[in-house]
Design a protein around this ligand. Structure first.
Ligand code: HEM
Ligand code: HEM
Length: 242
């Protein structure tokens, strides 16, 4: 079973890195031929960078447009952030000080993450307007994340697993040395679903995470009157013509 999980995680990690690399390269090469920042927009590029940062950290435009959705989304993403930051301890020795500092927040991070996900799911089921535009894929991603969160919470609060052995397994994997994984069905389920999440990530709606950085309505400055806007291919064409 340990070997099986080792292979699964090597495949999942390779798929995640290669898939994300491919998608990010594709996004970076996609031309943005028009100046289309949503106005009022920052006048400078550093202002636009700050605007993207506000979108990523506090979901600024969602706050302006839909308060209940903003609360649910913030609850889930902040919970996820705490949970993932806390998980870093499985992959490092010695553990960074900030990672050690947030360890007591585990249950709260998990609760915020799963609670947020449940609220986001209810919203899709109960609001007719939203249910109408919800595809099976939306429920599948929410369901997968809920199942990962619930199995993780089960280990943290009820069943408990040998976290020292889990850490030894993952530190070993990083040195191509396969150690024994605790024979715990809840841990097996948690890890199998995490591997699945890593594999589907580059092909799913979760690509909104890297995608937001490439959104022209957010990352462009409002300076078309000062500077002529030319995307790369248009600039090349113009250079060839001259
Ligand atoms: C740069 C990082 C990220 C940002 C700025 C971000 C932002 C957002 C926002 C604003 C929404 C709500 C949009 C809407 O429903 O109209 C959303 C939804 C969602 N996010 Fe993220 N996200 C990030 C990373 C992630 C990651 C890493 C995951 C999962 C591993 C994730 C999972 C989800 C899911 C499942 C939903 C959809 C909820 C639903 O179906 O209603 N996000 N995200
Ligand atoms: C290889 C990656 C991962 C490993 C080895 C892992 C392992 C674990 C273990 C051993 C626990 C129990 C902790 C304890 O008993 O104190 C746990 C809890 C948890 N896991 Fe994971 N997990 C991984 C990835 C993830 C991911 C990607 C997510 C979210 C999408 C996640 C969500 C959770 C949650 C919500 C908990 C409960 C709260 C907490 O203890 O922080 N895990 N995980």
């Amino acid at each position: 079973m340990s070997t099986l999980f080792a292979i699964l995680f090597y495949v999942a990690f390779a798929t995640l890195v290669a898939g994300l690399g491919f998608k990010i390269a594709q996004y970076a090469r996609t031309p943005a031929p028009l100046k289309i920042p949503t106005t009022p927009a920052p006048l400078t590029q550093s202002g636009a960078a700050f605007r993207v940062a506000r979108e990523v950290v506090v979901f600024e435009s969602l706050f302006k447009s839909n308060k209940p959705l903003w609360i649910f989304a913030i609850l889930f993403h902040f919970g996820l952030f705490v949970v993932l930051a806390r998980h870093l301890r499985y992959f490092q020795e010695p553990v960074w000080f900030p990672v050690a500092l947030i360890q007591p927040l585990g249950v709260w991070g998990g609760l915020a993450m799963v609670g947020g996900l449940l609220l986001l799911t209810l919203r899709r089921m109960l609001l007719t307007r939203i249910a109408y535009i919800t595809a099976p894929g939306d429920y599948i991603m929410l369901g997968l994340l809920i199942a990962i969160g619930a199995s993780g919470m089960m280990m943290t609060t009820l069943t408990h697993t040998d976290v020292v052995a889990v850490k030894a397994f993952f530190l070993g994997l990083m040195r191509f040395d396969i150690r024994a994984l605790p024979a715990d069905p809840v841990l097996y389920a948690h890890l199998a679903m995490v591997a699945l999440l890593m594999i589907v990530f580059p092909f799913s709606k979760l690509l909104h995470a890297p995608g937001i950085f490439f959104s022209p309505t957010r990352n462009q400055s409002d300076d078309p009157r000062e500077k002529r806007h030319l995307c790369d291919w248009a600039a090349k064409l113009e250079a060839e013509r001259n």
